[in-house]
Ligand binder design. Structure first.
Ligand code: WT7
Length: 653
């Protein structure tokens, strides 16, 4: 039995159940009735969800489905920014706080009401328009977690100009790849941001990238840290270009299928995919799920999503979903331990946070740091806790419930992807009796099916591959500039179904357990990185001949990157300095998040006789498990050698 199978056995015996709190259930936004309504008429259900938004032109049909291409709310028109901002001010909620922004340095905070947001977004839209940005022009955003990131995204949406946000931890090279693929004309960045107590520069990476991107006309620069920056005549300060703009901007409605954003994510090849999301369907599902799954009461709640805007969670559940619902949110700039390992709990207590949405890797880190830190703060305002990014192990789930939620708050484990745009599988906090570690089942209006290798449904109980067998409003509309790759990646493995790349299992109670990726995509702290991407980065180092990368289980980050490398020439006698050089090289090529936890040098890699690298064996080695079958290898002694090296490294600590 493999490790996955035995943990599966344990999971299917999980018989703890946690009923929704009675008071929450009694006044929940969504009740069990929604499942029935959606089952009777899925499209009518989503039309009703779409009516929660404000449209400047009604749609003529809910869906036009030419597999694998969907158009939702056909011919409908809306302005996404107006839905997120203006309409709340018009409804008399201009004084409501949209963001309690908390900077990393102590006492560096900003309160942004919906009226403030309207002014800032309008000015930013006017400034971008002045820089020549109009409908269809892609704007690249490379910013820390500052309010200007939100202003920029909404300003783009207001102009009908798609944004592509690049996580600030990505390298100049990653930025070049994305700017080039998206053909971005304008980049919005900052001098730097705060990272673990110190200013950390961002603009040098942009300078380096833009020097290699002749299509970029302007770089708009937010002054955040005040550090010195190099300057060219392409560069414009935000405070000079934006602050002098008129405080109003007249918005127009755009087609429901107008591109809203591109977000690059790792696939099984080295080249990241530009996932395309459009407007009406995306906003409908982001807003509905945020309202339903967090049971959001915009008048009284204070919601906090800890994700960075550079990831899809930051798009859908820090910006678009919450703002469309008129929510009050916390936005925090820094790391969880900036100013003390209880920083997050201090923020929860200070702002009276009611819904808290984070990733399992963070929860496990806090578990390690101990119960006493959260215990020092009053967390009694919390009422719903969310998890996203990777499977949450039952132990971490129970800790989250007990220590953070005071045994009082329901946990919503939400499964979705950059591609799905919004939550797909999750409990509803006022309806579902949850099992620790399970995302439970599809949300109303969503249809999932677990299939075997031949694409045959396993039915109500059984394990296999997770597929989505009906289109959904916030689904990706394609991969930017690569229709064939869109078909190949998602729609060709199983006829007529979207293949998510995840394994899943229905247990005996028809409750769904997500089992992680089944392809060559790793999940490091909830972030997707492909093995091929890291391998190409390693091989681009002049001294590296060949590299094989695997994701090995890690108690904190879920998976960790382990690289097996053969060097050019005859010598393998390279010291720690060389290993560090390789790790830094990967950081330069992709970003610090892709740095291997461990690099093992080896004179050869284990290959089958047909030359295919045996990753499964390398995973066994990386996880220090007894080695599986080696008889199909071209040279079985190679594996033993690598295993010995790894053993020596492990015993060295
Ligand atoms: C992959 C998508 C969804 C936003 C953050 C990640 C894994 C995500 C869960 C969950 C088990 C999960 C899947 C998925 N994943 N949420 N609740 N339980 N696995 O977005 O970078 O597009 O990654 O993250 O493997 O395919 P992403």
């Amino acid at each position: 039995m493999t490790a996955t199978e035995s943990s599966l056995e344990a999971l299917s015996r999980e018989d703890r159940r946690f009923e929704p709190p009675a008071a929450l259930a009694a006044s929940a936004n969504v009740t069990a009735e929604a499942y029935d309504r959606a089952a009777q008429d899925r499209l009518a259900f989503w039309e009703e969800a779409a009516r929660r938004l404000t449209w400047t032109r009604d749609w003529t049909a809910p869906l036009d489905w030419q597999p694998p291409f969907a158009r939702w709310f056909v011919d409908g028109e809306l302005n996404v920014a107006v839905n997120c901002v203006d309409r709340h001010v018009e409804a008399g909620h201009g004084d409501r706080v949209a963001f309690h922004w908390v900077g990393e340095p102590e006492d560096d905070t900003r309160t942004i009401t919906y009226a403030d947001l309207l002014r800032e977004v309008s000015k930013a839209a006017n400034a971008l328009a002045e820089l020549g940005v109009g409908q269809g022009d892609v704007v690249a955003v490379y910013l820390p977690m500052v309010p200007e990131a939100v202003f920029t995204m909404l300003a783009c949406a207001r102009l009908g100009a798609p944004h592509t946000v690049v996580f600030g931890g990505f390298s100049a090279q990653a930025l070049v790849d994305r700017i080039t693929d998206a053909d971005a004309k304008v980049v919005v960045t900052a001098d730097g941001g705060y990272r673990r107590g110190a200013p950390s520069a961002l603009k040098p990476a942009v300078d380096d990238a833009v020097a290699r991107c002749p299509g970029v006309r302007s770089v708009l620069v937010v002054r955040r840290t005040g550090q010195d920056v190099a300057w060219t005549d392409r560069d414009v300060w935000w405070h000079e270009a934006v602050d002098r703009q008129p405080e109003t901007h007249e918005a127009q409605g755009f087609d429901a299928e107008n591109p809203l954003f591109l977000l690059y994510t790792s696939g099984t090849t080295g080249k990241p995919k530009g996932i395309l999301h459009t407007s009406g369907g995306y906003l409908t599902q982001a807003a509905w799920t945020h309202w339903a799954v967090f049971d959001l009461k915009p008048e009284t709640d204070v919601y906090w999503c800890t994700a960075d805007v550079g990831w899809v969670t930051g798009h859908s559940y820090l910006v678009y979903g919450p703002l469309a619902n008129g929510a009050t949110s916390v936005m925090y700039e820094g790391t969880p331990d900036a100013g003390g390992r209880d920083r997050w709990w201090r923020i929860v207590a200070e702002y009276g946070v009611t819904q808290f949405y984070t990733a399992p890797t963070a929860i496990r880190t806090f578990m390690k740091w101990g119960d006493d830190l959260p215990a020092q703060h009053d967390l009694s305002s919390l009422r719903v806790l969310g998890s996203v990014g990777e499977p949450i192990n039952p132990e971490a789930w129970m800790w989250y419930r007990r220590v953070i939620g005071g045994d009082r708050c329901p946990i919503v484990d939400t499964w979705w992807q950059t591609e799905t745009g919004a939550m797909m599988v999750s409990p509803l906090p006022g309806v579902t009796a949850t099992k620790p570690g399970s995302a439970m089942g599809p949300l109303p209006g969503i249809s999932v099916d677990v299939v075997d290798g031949d694409g045959v449904s396993v039915g109500e109980v059984g394990g296999g591959f997770l597929t989505l067998d009906e289109p959904w409003p916030s689904m990706l509309r394609g991969i930017w500039g690569d229709e064939q790759r869109y078909r190949d990646t998602y729609w060709s493995r199983f006829e007529g179904r979207y293949f998510a790349g995840d394994g899943a299992k229905w247990d005996d109670d028809h409750v769904l357990w997500l089992l992680g990726r089944v392809d060559d995509v790793m999940n490091i702290s909830g972030h997707r990185i492909s093995t091929t991407e890291v391998e190409s980065a390693l091989v681009s180092h002049p001294k590296v001949a060949e590299a094989a990368v695997v994701g090995a289980q890690d108690p904190t980050t879920g998976q960790a990157i382990v690289a097996f490398v053969t060097v050019r020439g005859t010598t393998t006698d390279e010291g720690d300095a060389f290993l560090q050089e390789l790790r830094d090289h990967v950081a330069k090529e992709i970003g610090a998040i892709a740095k291997p936890r461990q690099i093992v040098l080896s004179p050869e890699l284990p290959k089958t006789r047909s030359g295919k690298i045996m990753r499964r064996l390398l995973v066994d080695i990386a996880e220090r498990r007894p080695l599986g079958d080696v008889t199909t290898l071209a040279d079985p002694t190679v594996v033993q050698q690598i295993d010995d090296t790894m053993g020596a490294l492990a015993s060295r600590g």
